[in-house]
Design a protein around this ligand. Sequence first.
Ligand code: NAD
Ligand code: ZN
Ligand code: ZN
Length: 344
Amino acid sequence: MKAFQFVEWQRPGELREVPIPEPGPGEVLIKVGGAGACHSDLHLLEAPAGPMALPFTLGHENAGWVEEMGSGTTGFARGDAVVVYGPWGCGLCMNCRRGMENYCQTPGRPSPGGLGGNDGGMAEYLLVPSTRFLIPLGDLDPRDAAPLTDAGLTSYHAVKRSAHLLGPGSTAVVIGAGGLGQMAIQVLRALCDATTVVAVDTSADKLEIATSMGADVALVSGEDAVRRIRDITGGLGAELVLDLVGIAPTLAMAAEVSRVLGHLTIVGLGNASLPVSFHGPALECSVAAPFWGSIPELIEVISLARSGKIEMKVEHFSLDQAAHAYELLHHGKIRGRAVITPHG
Ligand code: NAD
Ligand code: ZN
Ligand code: ZN
């Protein structure tokens, strides 16, 4: 089968011919409907080197149809539409038993397919290690639903952990209105409708999309945005600041618009650091860098999508066009999420 693989550090991915995997006991083979192209893949492809062995197939945002169940598996049948939970854990430690396999505590846990060395979904078929990681999609199309598993789930988790701060009169700032940011804005609308949502981006196009998705205010990134957010919040700053970029200027902006007792949440992997001391961010503002989300949260994300409350703006590409899709993402030319659809 054809697979789009990460072959060499600091080189674009490559389309290669690989064998179709065979599901062993407990495993499931998925016919891939869609595999989203996340900005994290670009960070990885552009990194000087890393701990994982190459090559492996990219694609950690996956959805499709059950193709073949390995021996001993039950609960699903051939043709069922499913999304695949990405951060595979051991299933047995305390965090995994709570459904938080993103925070599996077992050393040597399996790496997520498409990110850490195991093969991902940018191929005709994807091997999933357990039915634990499959969530039924109902009538949603896997080609459109794939990004819910990361852009959707990561944003959902990052918003939900701060939802108690976001009542009437509150403000939430979303820095970076790309794939994750557009989801975060819609999740804020769905879970915390009373809050004022401020979107910040460098691209006028993204700001227009952010507004169409429910942002109350859309601001071009920079010093002016800081002044505007201070005005909107009466000089106090925002209850939640979500930085979905994570570079030095966005972290500095996030610190400047944070509020006493607020949350400053760093999701973007821009690789800069934020100094935290008595002098900033605001007093008793909690700073956290969450990774992905839990299985129960993914079930909630799918429910929100099925009820039409959140919807990813997707652009479909064939496997042959995968390198081109990443190039567009690199240049900020993907309006929502690029999804690779190996079967058309
Ligand atoms: P994307 O490319 O779709 O969106 C990034 C957005 O940031 C774009 O709209 C871009 O215009 C905007 N941007 C760039 N520079 C900016 C600036 N200075 N100020 C404001 N906006 C700016 O990327 P994505 O797939 O949504 O991913 C966003 C980030 O989240 C990436 O760094 C990715 O690696 C990371 N990520 C983290 C997790 C996690 O679990 N923590 C999960 C998925 C993605
Ligand atoms: Zn990702
Ligand atoms: Zn575990």
